[in-house]
Structure formats: C-alpha cells, structure tokens
Write a protein that binds this ligand. Structure first.
Ligand SMILES: Nc1ncnc2c1ncn2[C@@H]1O[C@H](COP(=O)(O)OP(=O)(O)OP(=O)(O)O)[C@@H](O)[C@H]1O
Ligand SMILES: [Mg+2]
Length: 141
C-alpha cells in the first residue's frame, strides 16, 4: 500500500536528518523548503503530492507541520489516493532545537522567533486527525 509520511517538529528538531536516515531510500521527499521563493507554496506542495501519489510513489512531507490545520490537507490528499498516512513526530525540547539551530550555517539557520512561533502552535499529531499510525521520536535514543 502506498504511504504518506507527515513529519511534525520544530525547526532544528531533526526532521530532515531523520528523513535522510530512515526514508530517503524508499520515499520521495516533498518539502516547501525546496521552493523557498515560490508563491503559493502550499498549493504547489499539494499538486506535487497528487502527482507522486498518482505515480504510486511513497512520499514524505518534510515541513514543521505543527498543527492539524497544516496536516489536514495532506491527509485529505493521501485519502483521495487510498494511501496509508503516518505521522512521525520529532518530540525534541525547544532548548535542544535552539542549540542545534545556532550551530547551523547560513540559510540553514532559521530566526529564533520562527522556532518560538512553531512551538506556540505545535499540537502533537493524533490518530483522531486521520493518521493510521503516529510515531514519536525523542532525542537520545
Ligand atoms: N539526532 C540528532 N542528534 C544531534 N544532532 C542532530 C540530530 N538530528 C539532527 N541534528 C542536527 O540538528 C540540526 C537540525 O537538523 P535538521 O536540519 O534535520 O532539522 P529540521 O527539523 O529538518 O529543521 P527545519 O525545520 O529547519 O528544516 C542539523 O545541524 C543536524 O545535523
Ligand atoms: Mg528540515
């Protein structure tokens, strides 16, 4: 069965690293970060997701996806294609995210306010949203 994985976590929590280590070989990576300057990135992401699922590919959506509002449209597209949907929540304390972010260079480093804003909006993913499975990843394991 085709699968859509929805990453959830603050900037610096390690989502892209986790994707590289666990899903890069099997899943197509979709991220709004791939088009930093595009207008209507949300719309574009949904279209790309549609295209990949039409081709039968497994997909991982690598954004912060902090709240049900961001996740609902992804879940809806997955359902349209009859795909299974899994959330992977990088549950990492904000202090660790801030420290890791400080060590990043250049454009990879995000403004501290972006981390704090995401923290304020973050709602842990739940099966009630429509996920078939929710995995939680914590640091140090
Ligand atoms: N498990 C880990 N232990 C230590 N450092 C890590 C771990 N995972 C990621 N890092 C480091 O933390 C930084 C942030 O990781 P990463 O880019 O994967 O985060 P992200 O959640 O994708 O952030 P963003 O939302 O900004 O894209 C990187 O410098 C990475 O090398
Ligand atoms: Mg990332």
């Amino acid at each position: 069965m085709t699968e859509v994985v929805v990453m959830v976590g603050l900037p610096g929590s390690g989502k892209s690293t986790w994707v590289r280590d666990h899903l890069a070989a099997t899943h197509e990576v979709v991220s709004k970060d791939h088009w930093p300057n595009a207008r209507r990135r949300e719309h574009r992401q949904r279209r790309v997701l549609h295209e990949l699922l039409s081709e039968g590919r497994d997909v991982v959506v690598d954004n912060t996806n902090p709240s049900p509002e961001e996740r609902a449209p992804i879940i809806a597209v997955a359902r349209e294609h009859g795909a299974a949907v899994r959330a992977v929540h990088l549950d990492v304390p904000v202090e660790i995210c801030l420290t890791r972010n400080e060590r990043r260079q250049g454009r990879a480093r995000v403004p501290v306010v972006a981390i704090m804003a995401a923290r304020g909006r973050l709602v842990p993913p739940s099966p009630a949203e429509g996920f078939d499975r929710v995995d939680t990843v914590r640091p140090g394991r």
